[in-house]
Design a protein around this ligand. Structure first.
Ligand code: TRP
Length: 340
């Protein structure tokens, strides 16, 4: 019996942080360990190049870093196929065929792409490849006949566009070779978008407000001690605010079931007055370290042999290429462009 297929990936443009961890990586490891799916996780280096064409070295370095992040959170190459997008030329070929089924107007309407274009300030120099990346993302997903795609809420328009392309292809060529995927979105809204240490709505590299999975303990400690709390909570005996206080926000997300009672008691104490920020931060550090320490340890081990990491990615890419090649052959046959 064939298992349902799960596929997901990340643009390698830097190292992964706690936001990625609670928003998606943790869930991927759970899905992996359920053993009910055939799972593919990949580094979308071609997509990263659509807005970093002139910084290819950043992409290359990040491929290694993100692969290390994957392995250190517990993704297991024995259970998941890990691969690199650019090593599967079949994806680019599929993109060519899908491009003919999507209008320029439709691409320009994609709300995520629209806001990225505004945010990046491309203006007249918008690269064609960037505007088209949702089509290449549809190729990524359909090449593996993925049934489920676990992604953040910002990726909903990509899944929607992929579904449209599948329907259009299957209808146009009177076939059922392509599979309509479903997105799996974060259940927990708060964890789906982890705010930065400074209280900014998003943890991001450009804002410099994140804790990275690769940060050492001293760095994590410094970062936790600098977190945004309640600016009016000046003396320990002052009553403090929980709302908007990042320490409590993170405690709610990272605390386990059996920490809940302690966290509730701390909140009460803090609101009443008499509990200092240093104490709440030390407690948060303990809770974060419980999760981060084993990740860091595995990372240090894997990092000693980057050759092995790339060997894993090479093997995964070869396997992925076979799967994508089979779909491409079916696609060309459905289109009637198999001549010999
Ligand atoms: N767009 C995704 C991101 O920005 C990365 C990505 C590329 C992806 N292709 C994909 C995710 C296919 C899921 C499925 O993070």
């Amino acid at each position: 019996m064939t298992k349902p297929i799960i596929l997901t990936g990340d643009r390698p443009t830097g190292k992964l942080h706690l936001g990625h961890y609670v928003g998606s990586l943790k869930n991927r490891v759970l899905l992996q360990n359920e053993g009910k799916y055939d799972m593919f996780v990949f580094l979308a280096d071609q997509q990263a190049l659509t807005d970093h064409a002139k910084e290819a070295e950043i992409i290359k370095e990040s491929v290694g870093n993100v692969a290390l992040d994957y392995l250190s959170v517990g993704l297991d190459p024995e259970k998941v196929t890990l691969f690199i997008q650019s090593q599967i030329p079949e994806l680019a070929e599929l993109t060519m065929y899908y491009m003919n089924l999507v209008s320029l107007a439709r691409l320009e309407r994609n709300p995520t792409v629209k806001s990225e274009i505004a945010q990046k300030g491309f203006g007249e120099s918008l690269p064609t490849g960037f505007l088209v990346y949702p089509i290449s993302q549809a190729a990524d997903i359909t090449a593996f006949k993925a049934n489920y795609v676990p992604v953040g809420n910002d990726q909903k328009p990509m899944i929607e566009q992929t579904r449209e392309i599948v329907r259009s292809f299957n209808h146009t060529y009177q076939t059922d070779v392509l599979v309509e995927p479903e997105g799996i979105y974060p259940e927990n809204e708060a964890a789906g978008r982890l705010p930065g240490l400074d209280g900014n709505a998003k943890m991001s590299k450009s804002l410099g407000n994140g804790i990275y999975l690769s940060d050492d303990m001293d760095t994590v400690q410094k970062k936790v001690m600098s977190m945004y709390t309640d600016p009016n909570h000046i003396r320990v005996e002052d009553p403090g605010q929980i709302e908007g206080n990042m320490v409590f926000y993170y405690l709610d997300i990272f605390g386990q079931e059996n920490d809940k009672a302690d966290i509730a008691a701390m909140k009460e104490h803090y609101q009443k007055g008499g509990l200092g920020d240093v104490k709440t931060k030390r407690y948060l550090l303990e809770i974060l370290e419980r999760e981060l320490a084993p990740i860091r340890e595995r990372r240090l081990e894997y990092a000693q042999d980057m050759g092995q990491i790339f060997a894993i990615l090479k093997e995964g890419s070869e396997k992925a290429r076979q799967a994508a090649g089979a779909t491409l052959a079916d696609v060309k046959k459905a289109m009637g462009i198999h001549y010999f």
